[in-house]
Design a protein around this ligand. Sequence first.
Ligand code: SAH
Ligand code: SF4
Length: 372
Amino acid sequence: MTRPPRHLADLGLAERRQAVAELGEREFRADQLSRHYFGRYTDSPEDMTDLPAAARSALAQQLLPRLLTQERSLACDDGATRKMLWRLFDGALVESVLMKYPDRVTMCVSSQAGCGMGCPFCATGQAGLTRNLSTAEIVAQVVAGERALRTPAAATPAPSGDRVSNVVFMGMGEPLANYRSVIAAVRRLTDPVPGGLGISQRSVTVSTIGLVPAIARLAQEGLSVTLAVSLHAPDDEARDELVPVNRHWKVAEVLSAAWDYAAATGRRVSIEYALIKDINDQPWRADLLGSLLAGHLVHVNLIPLNPTPGSKWTASLPGVQEEFVSRIAAHGVAVTVRDTRGREIDGACGQLAARATPPRTRRTAAPPSRSP
Ligand code: SAH
Ligand code: SF4
């Protein structure tokens, strides 16, 4: 399979300097190019007036190839949410979602085209895996978000400022199944300019379906990113059906890896749980979940199921959801239900936006957060 073209964002600063030298240019040109891309979000040679005209286009062509072509861009929630569909160099399609809040701007990115994990309730899972994204293809989604915030036509200005403050790996794909590219992308997103975009590590969330060895590896990276674990059931019987990888790594192993992650990083782990009517929303499952999580550095995010086309499953009834929340809270575990902003025009600004929307607290009985 052909790989995406090499891009500056695939390389660390030292490698960029080497790449520039190999193109016959002085090494400091790598820093100049990096400042354009990571500091000003531009890859157009005409913007690079600090570079000699003769060198600009060659350097841009070699190190700043266009990786994403916009296929569609849809605004909803009065312009506060923007879903972008990208075509990659080989025709693969991926989505990203930009969400503006009063206090932050969150970009939800894809880490793979499709996903091979096969969760039956998930639209991405139903399509299977096309391929892993390169580091630069992931970073480019965030750079595109930065550009979108600066486009005058971008509808509502962000009261929270004009920078992407948070990145969540909750778009298409299983980030930990594309481990190397995702970790390098996290470094590019969080290294200060000119190395990267300078987003705080604590504002980056990596969501996983529960690949235990990869969670253990992530805990050793020395990163302080937030880990979100998509649990969806507190017992192996239900989880085996909802999450096929549970046949390899059981609930107990996944939670144990999550607690090790919290211990290694001091970061509160987020447990994602899509509430599905009559499948995983019984009161006893809420009690079991609460008892498994009680006393740990954890927060539960309940997500009303966003049914995929043709799905046999639907979201839990409101009363059932409320009871689920109370039972978890009764164990002293912090729990919120995600706001489903973006759903009213589901077909247009659909699932990705809905499921990546950060939580709005409906009810919490949280002990004060122990996160630093
Ligand atoms: N593969 C990773 C990250 C992408 S999915 C993971 O599964 O964690 C981001 C979140 O959306 C996960 O918690 C996922 O389980 C959830 N999700 C997927 N399909 C959904 C649906 N139809 N309704 C509600 N949440 C869904
Ligand atoms: Fe993949 Fe996550 Fe969807 Fe499961 S829920 S199929 S892991 S994207």
